[in-house]
Design a protein around this ligand. Sequence first.
Ligand SMILES: NC(=O)c1ccc[n+]([C@@H]2O[C@H](COP(=O)([O-])OP(=O)(O)OC[C@H]3O[C@@H](n4cnc5c(N)ncnc54)[C@H](O)[C@@H]3O)[C@@H](O)[C@H]2O)c1
Length: 343
Amino acid sequence: MGATLRAGIMGTGFMGQSHGKRLGQIEGVTVAAICSRAIETGNALRDKIAATDAVVYTDFDRMLAEANLDMVYVCLPPNAHRGEVERAAERGIHLFLEKPIAYDVATAESMVRAIEKAGVVSQVGYHMRFRKGVERLKELMDSGEAGRPTLFQGRYWCNMLGKEWWRDQSQSHGQLFEQVIHIYDMALYFLGKPSGACGLVENLCHRDVPGYSIEDTSAGLVRFYNGAMASIVGSNCALPDHFIGDYRVVCERATLDFHSTGDWRVKDGSTVFRYGAGKIEKEEFVEDRDLYLAESLDFINAIRGGTPPRAPVRVGLETIRVVSAILDSSSQAGAAPVSKPLD
Ligand SMILES: NC(=O)c1ccc[n+]([C@@H]2O[C@H](COP(=O)([O-])OP(=O)(O)OC[C@H]3O[C@@H](n4cnc5c(N)ncnc54)[C@H](O)[C@@H]3O)[C@@H](O)[C@H]2O)c1
């Protein structure tokens, strides 16, 4: 193990706290700085995650100049980016970016340019890539055993109001960008480069809720250059207190079924089937990994010169292109969506 890596956290809400807690569990890493809009919320995060040595800043650039950081965790709502990612990359600082990395393609492209030009390591918070069943199907795909990927079907269902920024279309761009995007990322992870996407979005059961201007129902279709296709639905009108993000993948000689009840008391699971040569083999996985810890360990391993990160910043851009195309294609009320090419 090399020298201790110094982490900074930008944004002191739910994800700042989630990542901060886990960084404290990783050997050879220290949370050296926290940046918040108010000193009080920065101090509160420092206490909650017991980062006793962390210096709290209210100015991001001052943190970059003074804290001698190796990496920054950017845990901001998607509308809040003001070039912080680009400025950190210019200084050679590695970046962990919560998804969606932005709410528009131009900002995401600017982040990709800066990070790739600087050659720093980046990881986007697409933690679902670290599930056991996902790793197993990827292994079968990489070895050629699974055969050609053909179809992805997924959903993200819940029922919540979220914070004020979350339910405001102008600030978050909706459930599609905030939640269902995780499922679109899984489709891209398995099926490859998307060539076009279209879909429908509607607010069906929150029209009378003050401040709720995002969609609560969506249905998207994605086409891939290799001919494969994905169908993904989102709902914020489903069962309260249940967060269901599940999916199925079909390859020529293998399938993955990730199943979730959305009830935190019941463990999620994955089933992988392999078939061919007259026999069927079944593997079951209990999905009990701490995925937020797994994605950070992968990021830090890459910083230390290990394998490349599983969800680099370019992945963040690709997913935004897809959900943006779905939102744009749905803008004609009452009409069927028109497919948007992605290049
Ligand atoms: N990967 C996951 O499972 C997961 C789960 C939840 C949220 N997220 C993502 O993480 C991001 C943050 O979500 P959250 O739940 O932590 O939100 P949050 O509201 O709990 O925290 C956001 C933080 O950003 C700060 N902030 C807001 N606007 C700002 C601005 N203009 N300038 C500087 N700071 C600002 C707030 O003060 C707060 O500290 C979102 O993009 C969300 O989609 C990811």
